[in-house]
Design a protein around this ligand. Structure first.
Ligand code: ZN
Length: 204
């Protein structure tokens, strides 16, 4: 089984003329791999979080990027030894080489799933952990700072991302809620999925 730890809880604060935002960053540890998800764009926070885990950027084998928005990917390049599972296709990027990946490339406990909607090329991860199935949802599910975290699959996406498709987004959210016990949103707190209703509790 794999273990997962939230290193940085993603945040997104709307300003008059923009946003202050960086994505949720996690580390997944399997028998033989360390995987960083959505390294975000806050360099200081990321380096501090790695230091706390007693890791350097060179210890990371894979970086998973849910989609191509800068608040999720800007720091990807600091992991110089990592291979990249990215937003745009079924390719692994290793420096300038692109190879078609085997679907178990991150280990048998980690599934890479397509979750279009926020943008067309959006991926999520589903991880089999001792606590149950945990989804790293990227921006299929996210909240603005201070918002009450109520899951509503029809909730509008406030980012107004180009290429956003509401029908796809609803389907992706449905899928994530069905297959997960816990969800880690792109911005906001990890939560437990309540299979009986829409209300959810924060996990901590
Ligand atoms: Zn985002």
């Amino acid at each position: 089984m794999a273990t997962i730890k939230v290193l940085i809880e993603g945040y997104a604060k709307e300003l008059k003329n923009g946003w202050i935002a960086s994505s949720t960053t996690c580390i997944i540890t399997t028998e033989d791999k360390k995987i960083i998800t959505d390294p975000g764009c806050n360099r200081q926070k990321l380096l501090e979080a790695l230091r706390e885990e007693k890791l350097t950027t060179d210890d990371i084998d894979f970086v998973f990027l849910s989609h191509c928005h800068p608040d999720h990917i800007l720091l990807a390049g600091i992991f110089e030894k990592a291979k990249f599972v990215t937003f745009d296709s079924n390719l692994i990027y290793d420096k300038d080489s692109l190879t078609v990946f085997d679907k178990n490339v991150l280990g048998k406990d980690i599934k890479i799933i397509e979750t279009p909607g926020h943008v067309l090329e959006h991926l999520s991860l589903l991880i089999d952990t001792p606590q149950g199935n945990v989804a790293i949802a990227g921006d299929a599910i996210w909240w603005v700072d201070g918002e009450t975290q109520v899951v509503d699959i029809h909730k509008e996406d406030p980012s107004q991302a180009k290429g956003m498709n509401m029908e796809d987004l609803i389907e992706s959210r449905k899928k994530l809620l069905e297959i997960s016990d816990f969800i880690i949103p792109g911005h906001g707190k990890m939560f437990k999925v309540n299979k009986l209703g829409r209300q959810v509790q924060n996990s901590r």
